[in-house]
Design a protein around this ligand. Structure first.
Ligand code: GUN
Ligand code: FE
Length: 433
């Protein structure tokens, strides 16, 4: 048994931010076995029979929170993070993204980039990431190996595209399906409980209906999650309508392909009608909200409140490199700002997303299964230890700041300097020994 004593912060479905001062968290076999106030420590000590040696007490002012869950990030695009944001989606893909993803046919190049991105994402407190790799099976498997080396939890997809793509970066249908299946088997052969392969059609424009359907079958055969893009950009939506005239709308293309469901996460969902929302709800499909990307490549503002009111599960994504920032703290901040911008031309009754709700979306909201997202008993211990007052750090705390003020300041001003330690499934994965 390992017991952590200090300030514990997490979300539940009833409460977006539970702040427990002077509390204790017990971990055994990498899982949470109890969470209680430190007044109850004496009783749990007797119940579980652990000694004082098992207890780590965190310094006053530090807090323990669940690791962030990035529900949408292109690991391969990290080379472009922070550059080339002057074009709308479809031009941006052709001019910057496809040429740079094509370079991942070179496995040594892939390993160098993947090492940098996984390291960066982990040090920013992301304990689970849902990664897009590229079309290349070998490099996608290399990404999984790098993730395993760092001990991060991840969902990883070999990207599929068989149409409307440049000749130097396209597969045929059979190839896309066979390579995806081989990738899935390759990941499963790693026998790493923390890494799950994901069926990953790039988006409807770059996949024929035949390919989408084949991937829908693959998802069922292996009972796997699915990730893709949905209604991100108006021009994209127009082209999807033209390419799939038999579908009622964009969501219907994926529905007809058997790609929706409780294990599916669609990024963006900005320009969707109520009927599409209804299908997402009925199929329990999740949405990854990626505000940095939506504003950086001028795709639009997603009304997350509308999705939440429909009871659609919403997580947050950095969408590197459409989004320029790999930190989920940035995704939280821009979720709040996007929602405040939307509120400006809504009735006064419109409630923008506050920092507590955005924190929940960045943790519990993005959890695909019952293993992560908060500190509920029985879950794996995926956590970050925060020191809001680290020397020369970005946050200044004043004597009048309450505990809640300190959390709010970390959410708005903090960065990786404040993230003292990162744990995945009970193991310390950052800083590396
Ligand atoms: N739609 C299809 N591919 C992509 C991509 O790489 N990034 C984003 N943001 N949208 C996409
Ligand atoms: Fe994306």
């Amino acid at each position: 048994m390992e017991v952590l004593v200090g300030t514990i912060i997490h979300s539940t479905w009833d409460n977006p931010m539970v702040i427990m001062d002077k509390s204790a968290l017990g971990i055994q076999n990498n899982k949470i076995v109890f969470i209680c106030s430190s007044d109850e420590l004496h009783d749990v000590k007797q119940k579980y029979g652990f000694s004082e040696d098992s207890i780590s007490r965190f310094d006053k002012g530090e807090f323990i929170m669940p690791g962030f869950i990035d529900t949408h990030i292109h690991a391969s695009q990290y080379v472009n993070a922070g550059k080339g944001l002057d074009l709308p989606l479809l031009c941006w893909l052709n001019q910057y993204t496809f040429p740079s993803e094509a370079r991942f046919s070179n496995i040594d190049y892939a390993e160098k980039v993947y090492d940098k991105v996984v390291r960066r994402v982990l040090m920013n407190g992301t304990t689970t990431a849902s990664y897009f790799a590229t079309n290349h099976r070998a490099a996608s498997l290399k990404l999984c190996q790098v993730i395993a080396r760092y001990g991060q939890r991840a969902f990883v997809g070999k990207v599929c595209s068989n149409q409307n793509s440049p000749s130097y970066y396209i597969e045929n249908t059979e190839e896309a399906v066979a390579e995806s299946e081989s990738f899935i088997k390759g990941v499963q052969a790693m026998k790493n409980d923390l890494i799950t392969p994901v069926v990953t059609p790039r988006f409807a424009i770059s996949c024929s209906f035949q390919l989408l359907q084949a991937l829908g079958k693959l998802k069922d055969t292996y009972n796997l999650p699915v990730q893709s893009h949905l209604s991100e950009n108006k021009e994209e939506c127009k082209q999807v309508k033209k390419l799939f005239p038999d579908s009622a709308h964009y969501v219907d293309v994926y529905r007809k392909s058997n790609l929706l469901g409780p294990q599916t996460v669609m990024a963006h969902a900005i320009h969707i009608c109520d009927e599409e929302l209804e299908v997402l709800k009925r199929t329990e499909t999740g949405v990854s909200h990626c505000p940095n990307s939506n504003m950086s490549i001028c795709s639009g503002l997603c009304d997350v409140r509308r999705l939440l009111e429909k009871n659609i599960k919403v997580g947050l994504g950095t969408d590197v490199a459409g989004g320029y920032h790999p930190s989920m703290l940035n995704a939280i901040r821009l979720t709040i700002i996007t929602s405040k911008l939307i509120s400006l031309d809504r009735p006064e009754s419109y409630k923008y997303i506050n920092y507590k709700e955005a924190f929940r979306m960045a943790t519990l909201g993005g959890a695909k299964d019952d293993r992560t997202g908060n500190f509920q008993v029985g879950k794996d211990f995926d956590a970050i230890i925060i020191n809001p007052t680290c020397p020369d750090g970005p946050v200044d705390i004043f004597p009048e700041d309450t505990l809640e003020n300190r959390v709010e300041k970390f959410i708005h001003l903090g960065d990786d300097r404040n993230i003292k330690q990162v744990f995945v499934a009970g193991q310390k994965v950052w800083p590396r020994d």
